[in-house]
Every structure is written in structure tokens, then in C-alpha cells.
Design a protein around this ligand. Structure first.
Ligand code: AMP
Ligand code: FE
Ligand code: FE
Ligand code: ZN
Length: 274
């Protein structure tokens, strides 16, 4: 059993359609796959239909943008009720804030480089959740930078004069909101310290008290030191250790199935659903 619990489609910042992500997952030899677009569940129906045709077990998921004292945190949630009022309100607020924020980043970049909101919208192509990756794509299309990655390491890096943060819910509130809607939550790449600041262990303890179920320990953005640290924290707090690819299609190097979750860990997440 090969289980990958973190992937993105073009509903957010992946490059493939939800159906395409499922087809690629089957080709990669996966048996269980979650779709976890940023702040949107718009891909669930299409992914679930295609997964069923392919004989894949589909796990409906999401990656919720959160914050704690200015630090950006990503929270995965699986199986929550998508029509829950609290969840809808929280996500709509973030998605709306993301549009204003992206417009402001584009306005700032536009003073120095040839990039327009129209070009970014075109790159987003109707995505429910707009983010820096789409701005990066517009910069690549204009020849300002060679790749998404290059854009993230220069113009779009936090601390750059063009960077603007966006509203996101406090992470413990998000854990409770998803939990109340029947979701099983996992802290995504909690030790990805090359991307920006990461939270201390005490924040993970607070999330655990709020109902967090797991830690995404096995992830490309974790070095050996972080894997050791996080697996110890997971054991101590009784959190499930997961692993996943964080696949974004051609938008990132991450390959489907490069990190996986064990069947035992997956069974524990399923048990937490009750
Ligand atoms: P935002 O949420 O708009 O601030 O953008 C952050 C998103 O950009 C993350 O969710 C990642 O998926 C993506 N991202 C971060 N670093 C990179 C990178 N180096 N290359 C491509 N995408 C990235
Ligand atoms: Fe992303
Ligand atoms: Fe993430
Ligand atoms: Zn992700």
C-alpha cells in the first residue's frame, strides 16, 4: 500500500487538473491519494470521480493557510464536512484576503518589472486560491526570472520590498474549526525552515491540545535533524507521523510518492475520524 496524503491541483497552485493529478497518482503506483489544495475543496468531486474509475482510494483534503505570531503555518485537514458554516467562513475570508494581497504585490512589482494583474489572472486560470506561485508564473512568462523557484528566491521572498502577507486564521482556531467539522488535522511540513520561520515545539503542543491528529514528518523540506526532532515530538504527544510529496505538478520539483504514509499511520488517521 502506497499512500500520499498531500497533493495540489490547479484549483490552487498545482499545474494539473484534479483528474490529471489522480491519473498521475495511479501511474506513480499509489493506492491512496489525498487532494489538498490551498484553502479550497473545489477539486474534490472531479478527483473523487476519476480516482474511483482508476481504483484509487481518494481522501478529500485541504491545506489551510494559518498564522501564529506572524509565522505562516499550513494545516492539512482530511474528510471534514465541506458545507460547514465555520469552515466556509474561515476559508472565504482567507481567499478574499489573498486576492487583495496578490494585487498589492503585483502593484509593487509592476513599478520595477513588466507584470500586470491581467497577466497574473491569466496564469491563475480561474484557480479558487490565488498565490505567489501564480505571480511567479507571470514573471517567468515575461522572462523576468527563469523559474518559479527563482522568483521565490528573489522577488517573492518574505522580506523583499515587494512581499506582502495576507490574513490567515490563528492556527489553534483553525484546528478547532476543522475538527468541529469532522476533519482530521495534520500539521504540514512543520520544520520547513528553509522557506521561512517555523514555530517552536510549544506551538505544536498547543495545537495538539486543540485536537491536532498528526505531524507531516516525512517531507522534502525537512533535513535529517528536523525528521529526528519531529518524530520525537510526534511520539511524545501521541501524534500520527505522516509523510507525503506535496506534489504541485510541474510547479515544483516534488514527485508523487517521494514520501509516503505507512498503512498503520493511515489507519490511525481513519480511526480519528470517528
Ligand atoms: P503564498 O501562500 O501565496 O504566500 O505562496 C506560498 C506557496 O508557494 C506555498 O504554498 C508553496 O506551494 C509555493 N512555494 C513556496 N516555495 C516555492 C518554490 N520555491 N517554488 C515553487 N512554489 C513554491
Ligand atoms: Fe502550494
Ligand atoms: Fe504547504
Ligand atoms: Zn502543500
Amino acid at each position: 500500500m502506497r499512500i500520499d496524503l498531500h497533493t495540489h491541483s490547479r484549483v490552487s497552485d498545482g499545474t494539473g487538473s484534479p483528474a490529471q493529478v489522480m491519473r498521475e497518482a495511479a501511474e506513480a503506483g499509489l493506492d491512496v491519494v489525498a487532494l489538498t489544495d490551498h484553502d479550497s475543496v473545489d477539486g474534490w468531486d472531479e478527483a473523487s470521480e476519476t480516482a474511483a474509475e482508476l481504483g484509487l482510494v481518494f481522501v478529500p483534503g485541504i491545506e489551510v493557510s494559518c498564522r501564529h505570531r506572524g509565522i505562516s503555518i499550513h494545516l492539512l485537514s482530511y474528510w471534514h464536512r465541506r458545507d460547514d458554516d465555520g469552515v466556509e467562513l474561515m476559508l472565504a475570508r482567507t481567499r478574499d484576503a489573498r486576492v487583495d494581497r496578490a494585487r498589492e504585490i503585483v502593484r509593487r512589482i509592476g513599478q520595477d518589472y513588466p507584470v500586470t494583474w491581467e497577466a497574473v489572472s491569466e496564469q491563475a486560470g480561474g484557480a479558487a486560491t490565488v498565490g505567489r506561485p501564480h505571480i511567479a508564473d507571470a514573471l517567468v512568462a515575461q522572462g523576468v526570472v527563469p523559474t518559479r523557484d527563482a522568483a521565490f528566491h528573489s522577488i517573492l521572498i518574505p522580506g523583499s520590498r515587494y512581499y506582502v502577507p495576507h490574513y490567515a486564521p490563528e492556527v489553534t482556531d483553525a484546528v478547532r474549526t476543522m475538527r468541529q467539522a469532522g476533519g482530521v488535522t495534520v500539521f504540514a511540513h512543520p520544520g520547513a525552515d528553509a522557506r521561512g520561520k517555523v514555530v517552536t515545539t510549544s506551538v505544536i503542543e498547543g495545537m495538539a491540545r486543540a485536537g491536532l491528529a498528526g505531524l507531516e514528518v516525512d517531507h522534502r523540506d525537512h533535513d535529517e535533524r528536523q525528521v529526528t526532532r519531529l518524530s520525537r515530538i510526534a511520539d511524545r504527544l501521541g501524534l500520527v507521523r505522516t509523510g507525503a510529496s506535496d506534489y504541485h505538478g510541474t510547479g515544483k520539483r516534488n514527485r508523487l510518492g517521494e514520501n509516503v504514509t505507512t498503512p498503520e499511520a493511515f489507519a490511525r488517521l481513519e480511526a480519528a475520524r470517528a
